[in-house]
Design a protein around this ligand. Structure first.
Ligand code: ASP
Length: 216
């Protein structure tokens, strides 16, 4: 059986309803209790990097995630990262450049509704992300609502629908329906080889579009 490491960072996925608002909770430790089926797909171990809203995720967390992947790289066949949807693309993009020489799947997923709710999309997303992480997909991808996209080509386009993400300028890497279709021709051609984690970030980059807001 394949071995998958589940790395949790937070977001709606692992939140439980408390006093009418969604709050982080010990609920995340129960993920495997809520979706025991994943244990039939792969041997699962989990690691909690953080349990926060993804708007608070940045360089320090990206480095922690990459370090967890690197430290466990030989022991696992694939990695699934549960993450809030708001900045999932940023994390996926950062990891795609940090994980030089990647030859195993690193799949981010999350949900629009928490795992604890009856009409949740978290179950579908988690089960399929874990299953896809057992395939030979040497990519940092985002799995959401039945499609696996290349992480650094993905956009969050919908805050309401379960089809929150799309990759308008790049075809999906895989699709899940009655079966699973893997589109190998869309994989990045990687040399493979040894994983080398790059961590040289600059925190001096600013998005100039926002400048007009400060001028008035
Ligand atoms: N605000 C949440 C987050 O990005 C939304 C979500 O999880 O979808 O962490």
């Amino acid at each position: 059986m394949k071995r998958i490491l589940l790395i949790h960072t937070g977001g709606t996925f692992g939140m439980a309803l408390k006093d009418g608002t969604l709050a982080p909770s010990a609920f995340v430790q129960k993920i495997l209790e809520f979706v025991p089926e994943v244990k039939r797909i792969a041997e699962i171990e989990s690691h909690i990097v953080a349990n926060i809203d993804s708007s608070n995720i940045g360089i320090e967390h990206w480095i922690k995630i990459a370090d967890v992947i690197s430290a466990n790289y030989e022991r696992f066949d694939g990695f699934v990262i549960t993450h809030g949807t708001d900045t999932m693309v940023y994390t996926a993009t950062a990891l795609s450049f940090m994980l030089d020489g990647l030859s195993k799947p690193v799949i981010l997923t999350g949900s629009q509704r928490p795992l604890s709710e009856i009409r949740t999309d978290a179950r579908n997303n988690l089960i399929n992300a874990v299953e896809l992480a057992t395939f030979s997909i040497p990519e940092v991808g985002i799995f959401f609502n039945n499609k696996l996209f290349r992480g650094n080509r993905t956009k969050k386009l919908n805050i309401w629908g379960f089809d929150a993400f799309d990759s308008p300028n790049y075809p999906p890497l895989a699709e899940v329906g009655v079966g699973i279709e893997i589109y190998k021709e869309n994989f990045l051609k990687r040399e493979g080889g040894k994983l080398n984690v790059l961590k040289n970030f600059s925190d001096k980059v600013f998005l100039r579009e926002n400048f007009s807001f400060f001028k008035n």
